[in-house]
Design a protein around this ligand. Structure first.
Ligand code: FEO
Length: 407
């Protein structure tokens, strides 16, 4: 019997959470994870004991201890299912295969290829596809491939005997909590972190999300619990919420709200930002003002989700955008937000290329450019600030009209 001071948490009588809590994680490849995260893994106490997903490599011992608190020796595991090859879930998999020696390890067709490309373990894996089901003796696992949600290999697993869907990254969030179920946590935090996760991870794949939301009910799976690989588990009255929220976020219907981001060298672009923001409010739209020395790219991404306009201010430095602006726009463009109005502005000294460069980024997001942008030489005069206010007014009115047309 392995010594265990960490405990598993019961999901149902026959399914236990055996994951790890990463309280200190502050960044996930560029995504600021202010509340840490969890790497969820699940132990299924079927005739054939099954492990659904593993954890990031440095957390393997934590997972083993939690497993040991239920079954003693992790070597009793017969089957492993890997729903996703990204290393926060598969990092321990090569060690688990070597140390536990399960009979079978299952992954999607793309999962086998992807895990092999990571760890050269393809010969130890068995591929499954949508519609396949494996027997665990007294229980079973069915598989649903969810390509590009958010990797080509991603898939869901479903245990009909427990009515549990293991949704992998889908419906998850970076939120370190030892309260395993959504309803035990502060809903405002759950919703905020789930929105942030969607905006920073899943947004580029919104068309695939909408397709999944359409197709999933047709599978006829009786789901009472959604066990994700990050953050708390959905069940009971909360079960419909992740579907409702994903529908809203994937649709990206623009709200009557502008996001105004800016960088500034000597406060000139900042003065323009303040005047434009006042104009937007006066025009009848909400505006969220995010100076980039105070807001991370991942916070900006969360604000941009379902916004009606992205208004971007940048001074020109060395014939280009301010570095913080370039960072955030590169990141946001890659997330492919849609249905935005776009506006660029900024102060400059002698060349003034930043505004045109910002416009190129906005065009890359398929934003509708409301103007060619506004440039001010060195420090804005009263008359310049009046023009900025009027630009804001134009943005606010355009957003208000779009919102009215939608309603
Ligand atoms: Fe949580 Fe895509 O890994």
């Amino acid at each position: 019997m392995m010594e265990s001071h960490l405990k598993a948490i019961k999901v149902t009588d026959r399914v236990w959470w055996v994951g790890a809590i990463d309280w200190g994680l502050k960044e996930f490849h560029g995504y600021k994870t202010a509340r840490g995260t969890t790497y969820n893994a699940y132990l299924v106490l079927a005739d054939k004991i099954t492990l659904i997903d593993t954890v990031k490599a440095p957390f393997k011992e934590e997972m083993y201890q939690r497993i040991a608190s239920v079954i003693g020796d992790p070597a009793k595991i017969d089957i492993v299912v890997s729903n996703h090859a990204e290393m926060d879930h598969s990092g321990s998999l090569p060690d688990v295969i070597r140390e536990v020696q399960p009979e079978k390890v299952y992954a999607s067709v793309m999962g086998v290829k992807t895990l092999d490309a990571h760890f050269r373990i393809g010969d130890k894996l068995t591929a499954v596809k949508t519609g396949d089901s494996i027997s665990l003796g007294n229980m079973s696992v069915a598989f649903v491939e969810t390509k590009m949600l958010h990797w080509p290999d991603s898939m869901f697993s479903y245990i009909p005997e427990e009515k549990i869907l293991f949704s992998q990254d889908g419906f998850g969030m970076h939120f370190a909590t030892d309260k395993l179920f959504v309803e035990e946590n502060d809903w405002a935090v759950v919703e905020q972190e789930m929105k942030k996760y969607y905006a920073n991870i899943l947004l580029p794949f919104s068309p695939q999300v909408l397709k999944l939301l359409e197709d999933f009910p047709k599978l006829g799976l009786d789901v009472e619990i959604i066990a994700t690989d990050h953050g708390p588990i959905w069940r009971g009255k909360m079960l419909a919420k992740p579907f409702e929220l994903y529908k809203i976020w994937a649709t990206q219907a623009p709200e009557n709200r502008a996001v105004l981001i800016y960088s500034t060298m000597w406060h000139s672009t900042e003065k323009m930002a303040v005047a434009i923001a006042d104009g937007i409010r006066e025009g009848g739209s909400d505006v969220e003002v995010l100076p980039l020395d105070a807001h991370s790219r991942s916070d900006v991404a969360t604000h941009v989700l379902c916004a009606g306009a992205l208004v971007v201010g940048s001074p020109t430095i060395n014939n280009g955008m301010y570095p913080a602006t370039a960072d955030v726009l590169t990141y946001i463009r890659g997330l492919r937000p849609r249905n935005l109005l776009g506006v660029a502005f900024g102060s400059f000294g002698w060349s003034g290329e930043a505004v045109a460069q910002v416009n190129e980024y906005l065009a890359g997001m398929k934003a509708e450019l409301l103007t060619d942008g506004m440039k001010v030489k060195y420090v804005p005069a009263e008359d310049d600030l009046k023009k900025c206010f009027e630009l804001g007014l134009q943005i606010g009115k355009a957003l208000k009209e779009r919102a009215a047309a939608k309603a």
